[in-house]
Design a protein around this ligand. Structure first.
Ligand code: TTP
Ligand code: MG
Length: 444
């Protein structure tokens, strides 16, 4: 029997939460992440994407693309709260929910009672209900007969859309897609496929299976061929909790060039940290895995000196571990992983390089442009604050001993801006303003 699997992914998640909670940023370019030269963009609102800002871009480059965007540090408590509401809603539909990150999950509709006939209507209800319970977030939804088809369908529906694949159209739907769309095809495999002239899913269907196996090895070759024909039996696995996040590359030829290995490690570290950030987690340990030409494998680990979600920290630790390895014999596999998870950073969110200030085109003339780097644990752009007389607001900019606050909340209109000395006793950082429909976390 044909399975029906739903994939849901929130739109511009971190940025959408910020726009929801900060009325003056709605409809504006918003970038969440570190903004300095060492900072990394976690995500950008669709308005900022129009200027070319993308996840994993450096903060400096993002500023070049969208100088007037609001650059904000993260508020993971707010992201986790909305994520819990969304996952709770999905579990009302079916007990078989597999979260992939804070904003993304698979649902097996097999036990949902959702019949094929009214699927479009049900999905419409789901998306509306999600927006209602989260007070304004939107999600894109895909439905297909396999996990990766559902995921590709939701991607095609982005932003704020739904795509329900008829089983009969699935093969045509994926045929023109780039080989990269197939799960398991990373940059290295993609490169190898392109070298032998295979660019699309359809190309893979037409390829000689023996050649695929020769290029990629028996297990990858077989599975790639199956996926190209939309055969993917992987079940939706209800809530297994990740203990580590890692990635590894097996090379077609053994590598002895340290510089090349360092470049691969940097790319893999960035990918691992992106997944860590998406999961809303911070790691305490980095592990490096090296398999040598003679098939012996060495795994070494190093503490990060506190839980961090910073790409720089993880990359630096990975590179330091690589220094301990003699690569002259040839390396056939290199992997990096993070573990020892915490749900909050010790001092670090996206790294040291918190955005120090941001500007917006619509700022009132009396707003003060501030610069300087925030002290650890100090005010950072986007943080929630409370003033004894003026009430709740958020940090618009901080530095040089001053902090500028915009006084507005989710349900107020856009509010006024005021600047204070950073040590003003009437002003302090506070926790998030809870949503009325917030779901308690079992871990809290
Ligand atoms: P995504 O779902 O990949 O991105 P998105 O929700 O911002 O945008 P869309 O789905 O509409 O394309 O990731 C979800 C959140 O995870 C994102 O809002 C921020 C975080 N994230 C990082 O911190 N680092 C990253 O490199 C990526 C890709 C995401
Ligand atoms: Mg998303």
């Amino acid at each position: 029997m044909t399975r029906r699997i739903l994939h849901l992914d929130l739109d511009a998640f971190f940025a959408a939460v910020e726009q929801r909670d900060k009325p003056s940023l709605r409809g504006k370019a918003v970038v969440v992440g570190g903004s300095g030269p060492r900072g990394v963009v976690a995500t950008a609102s669709y308005e900022a994407r129009r200027f070319g800002v993308r996840s994993a871009m450096s903060g400096t480059e993002a500023k070049r693309h969208a100088p007037n965007a609001a650059f904000l540090g993260g508020r993971f408590d707010a992201y986790r709260e909305s994520s819990r509401i969304v996952m709770g809603l999905l579990r009302e539909i079916s007990p078989v929910v597999e979260p992939l990150s804070l904003d993304e999950a698979f649902v097996d509709l097999g036990s949902s009672g959702w019949a094929d006939g009214d699927l479009a209507e049900r999905v419409g209800w789901l998306r509306d209900e999600l927006t209602r319970r989260t007070e304004g977030l939107t999600a894109s939804v895909g439905v297909g007969s396999a996990k990766f088809l559902a995921k590709l369908a939701s991607e095609a529906a982005k932003p704020d859309g739904a795509r329900i694949l008829d089983p009969a159209e699935e093969l045509d739907f994926i045929a023109p897609m780039a080989v990269r769309s197939i799960p398991g095809v990373g940059p290295a495999t993609e490169q190898r496929l392109i070298t032998i002239g295979l660019y699309t899913v359809e190309d893979i269907r037409g390829a000689d299976k023996a050649e695929l196996i020769r290029e990629l090895g028996p297990s990858s070759g077989e599975s790639l061929a199956a996926l190209a024909w939309a055969r993917d039996e992987r079940p939706v696995e209800a809530s297994r909790e990740a203990k580590s996040i890692s990635t590894e590359d097996t090379f077609a030829v053994d590598l002895t060039d340290r510089t090349q290995l360092q470049a691969i490690l940097r790319r893999d570290a960035a990918q691992v940290v992106a997944r860590l950030n998406k999961a809303g987690l911070f790691a305490r340990t980095v592990t490096l895995k090296v398999r040598f030409a003679d098939f012996t494998t060495r795994t070494i680990a190093r503490s990060l000196g506190g839980a961090t979600g910073s790409r720089d920290d993880v990359t630096a630790a990975g590179l330091a571990l690589l220094e301990e390895v003699d690569v002259r014999e040839g390396v056939r596999l290199l992997g990096i992983g993070v573990s020892g998870f915490a749900t909050s950073a010790q001092e670090k969110l996206f790294g040291d390089e918190q955005p120090e200030t941001h500007t917006q085109t619509d700022e009132p003339d009396d707003a003060v442009e501030l610069s300087g780097v925030r002290g650890r644990g100090g005010y950072y752009p986007g943080a929630d604050v409370q003033h004894d007389e003026l009430g709740r607001g958020w940090v618009w900019g901080a530095g040089l001993g001053r902090v500028t606050v915009r006084f507005e909340t989710r349900n107020s209109g856009p509010g006024p801006i005021r600047t204070f000395p950073a040590d003003d006793p009437q002003l302090r950082q506070v926790g998030i303003d809870p949503l009325p429909l917030a779901v308690r976390d079992e871990d809290d």
